[in-house]
Design a protein around this ligand. Structure first.
Ligand code: P6P
Length: 335
């Protein structure tokens, strides 16, 4: 008998004992988890599955789509459209929202996702992942529209990711802390392997793409310079650096052992607030980090308080160990 309980049992017990998960949300989360198992299977095939390389198309962001980006998007749409728990979906890979077709019952939730984040890592066999965020459909609306998705991250009712790495792990919050499940491929089930995830408030590890250093704003450059000065500098301690170029993998490491992740505004494209997308990357990751005792800002304000104006809008991201996020944010205030 496994010492670990399954995702299904965990969600039923959360629903029954703590009233944290309404039945329709439990169904939605189980469907998303099942879709992630399907994506994991496709990702794990690699070159054996004719799924590598570019699809020869671009997404709404103007980025070249990998075949697996499109496969992952289709898996999530097909898994979620018929169950009656959703009104509509939004994806990094789709220009506009996908309203559940009339042939299926409409539900009360909105699902947003980056179906395969970090896809530049697919062809070199480095961890990638699916990021998802769940919002409540506004009350009393007949036909759901893109405007109904434009809710601050603080309104999320569930958020999580599935990281396809040495293990396939599902990491989830419904506002009651962060829990982690590991895929048992023999049983085909996600099994609970960690509860009460906590991000240490201090760290000696930062994650940023250092090749952009000459483009950063002064507060970010000051913070990183101080880290690089190590114990001989003002910080009085040495730092380590990581950059996987897969937000899911970098955030997972921070949830497991602390750290600071930054993808800040830089002057390469000064009219864009940052590279990462607010609705289906920064918001779900920021809620997970906050639920685990960390912090997440855009340099000026809490990311979860940002009122979105566009579905695919971008944001500057500084998240992770609370004291380091507060330091970088304070440097922005002192400019
Ligand atoms: P760069 C992946 O494309 C992504 O959206 C995030 O997962 C990752 O953190 C970032 O972009 C990497 O960006 O500019 O370092 O390749």
């Amino acid at each position: 008998m496994s010492p670990h309980i399954s995702l299904s049992r965990y969600l039923v017990e959360e629903q029954r004992q703590r009233g944290k998960i309404p039945a329709q949300l439990r169904l939605l989360l189980e469907v998303v988890a099942r879709a992630c198992k399907g994506i994991s299977h496709a990702v794990n095939k690699g070159a054996l599955g004719e799924v590598m390389g570019s699809a020869g198309s671009e997404n709404v962001q103007g980025e070249v789509q990998k075949k697996l980006d499109i496969i992952a998007n289709e898996v999530l749409i097909e898994a979620n459209e018929w169950g009656g728990h959703l009104a509509a979906m939004a994806s990094e890979e789709m220009d506009s929202i996908y309203v559940v077709p009339n042939r299926y019952p409409q539900g009360e939730y909105l699902l947003l996702f980056d179906p395969l984040d970090g896809s530049s890592n697919i062809d070199v066999n480095v961890s990638i992942g699916t990021i998802f965020s769940v919002l409540q459909k506004p009350e009393g609306i007949a036909a759901v529209s893109e405007q109904d998705f434009l809710q601050a991250g603080a309104k999320q009712v569930a958020a999580g990711y599935c990281v396809y790495g040495p293990q396939t792990m599902l990491v989830l919050t419904v506002g009651d802390g962060v829990v982690m499940f590991t895929l048992d491929r023999e049983q085909g089930s996600f099994m609970l392997t960690q509860e009460h995830v906590k991000v240490p408030e201090d760290t000696q590890e930062f994650a940023i793409n250092m090749s952009n250093m000459r483009h950063w704003a002064p507060p970010v450059k000051r913070f990183v310079d101080e880290c690089l000065q190590g114990k001989d500098g003002v910080r009085g301690k040495n730092f380590n650096m990581r950059w996987i170029a897969s937000m899911v993998a970098d955030v997972h490491r921070i949830l497991m052992r602390g750290g600071l992740f930054m993808y800040p505004w830089d002057q390469r494209e000064p009219n864009k607030p940052g590279k990462l997308r607010l609705m289906y990357e920064a918001n779900p990751m920021s809620w997970l980090i906050e639920q685990a005792g960390g912090a997440a800002t855009n340099g000026q304000q809490r990311i979860l308080d940002i009122q979105p104006t566009q579905l695919h809008e971008r944001v500057s991201v500084i998240l992770g160990s609370k004291n380091e996020v507060e330091r970088v944010t304070a440097y922005h205030a002192n400019v």
